[in-house]
Design a protein around this ligand. Sequence first.
Ligand code: BG6
Length: 470
Amino acid sequence: MRKLLPALYHRDRDGQLTPDSRVIAVSRAGIDDAGYRDKADSELRRFVPDAVHEADIRARFLQRLHHVTIDAGDHSTWDGLQALSADRENRVRVFYLACAPRLFGPICFGLRERGLVIGQSRVVLEKPIGNDLESARRINDEVGAVFDEEQIFRIDHYLGKETVQNLLVLRFANSLFEPLWNSGSIDHVQITVAESIGVGGRGSYYDSAGALRDMVQNHLLQLLCLVAMEPPTSLDREAVRDEKLKVLKALRPLAGETGRYIVRGQYTTGVVDGVAVPSYRDELDGVASNTETFVAMKAEVQNWRWSGVPFYLRTGKRLDRHASEIVVQFRPVPHSIFPGVEENTITPNCLVLRLQPDEGVRLHLMAKEPGPGGLRLRSVNLNLSFAETFKFRFPDAYERLLMDVIRGNPTLFMRRDEVEAAWTWLEPVLASLAVSVEPPRRYAAGTMGPAAAVALIERDGRTWHEEVSE
Ligand code: BG6
């Protein structure tokens, strides 16, 4: 209701859905088409403000919606779904599985049993793909027994975000950056995905996942891959994913050193956006959980390009702002020619890709402060705001990704080997944290996480980028 229907609504509004395309929602809700359309109508008005004014487009979209009540785990209840799908064998058919990962395999088997998998079928799997390497492999095997790899779309919505795609353009459609994109010029990289929301109604899922599985295993590692990968030969589906896979495989194993490289946190009560909010444990009705809602870590990519360049990753809930950025910090100048200015007081250049909000790119440069007298240096920003430059509604990531599924383009989706490589790296970390006697550090909601996260980077003589952390 919040992401998928609005995304499809926007694509429909732009004329990208064929006149007879349908959206069939399946759940155990026991409602009919009319009931589902009513609910969708009110949610669209809420999540797509424009929909309020476009009565004819909304009405057309709502007519596409159907609802069938089934129990995903009991294939004998699937008659209605089978009946609705009859006689449309020449269409593209997308099965979008937004459910517990343990159901992915059984649902795919049900689809096959019921003859619902046709030539032009694709299946979309929402993360998490399992909760460790073994479960990810099992899911991949089960789904792979029904669908070919090119029919399987493992969605990571971060890859559909405009600024994330822009990273590819920035790196590979400009000749400026690539010669500098290595350990010779870059000191370190920071990737921060800060959220001000708590876990809300997703407590039971979240408590079994935590920030490492929920955010790091997928979104943050995918961002790291796009920053660190070698130039692919083309945007071809395999070329990009081959390069990302090499990065995942080059990540330095952290097991055994989690104390030095990883800080976990969990929020307590605090104030976010001027509102007092409960602690994580209170949100779980007082369960004495030790699940992390915050992680900061130092990762390293062991190859020629990135040797000695740390990638600091940080994500958390109930932080003091909703802000996601990739910061590429360049090295300081080697020598100062300016009288009275030491080279270490000249702010090094820094390229900031702002993923959300205020999507854009900023390049921090040194400039001369205007005016007579002594030569004073100041760090200033070249600021490219996408909203101002393109004056365009920013499409949600799902709009792009859902159309890619329909068109059969998996470039921005995770391949099986990528998911498994990410788990291979993370699993020993999770295993060593699971037996750690040290619980996540508490941090007050509305702050940027535990003080130890600051110490993690400051120990290396560096600091979190101030626009995110100040
Ligand atoms: C989801 C996570 O994948 O991404 C959520 O499960 C998280 O916990 C969300 O809140 C963040 O996405 P976005 O697009 O709001 O940054």
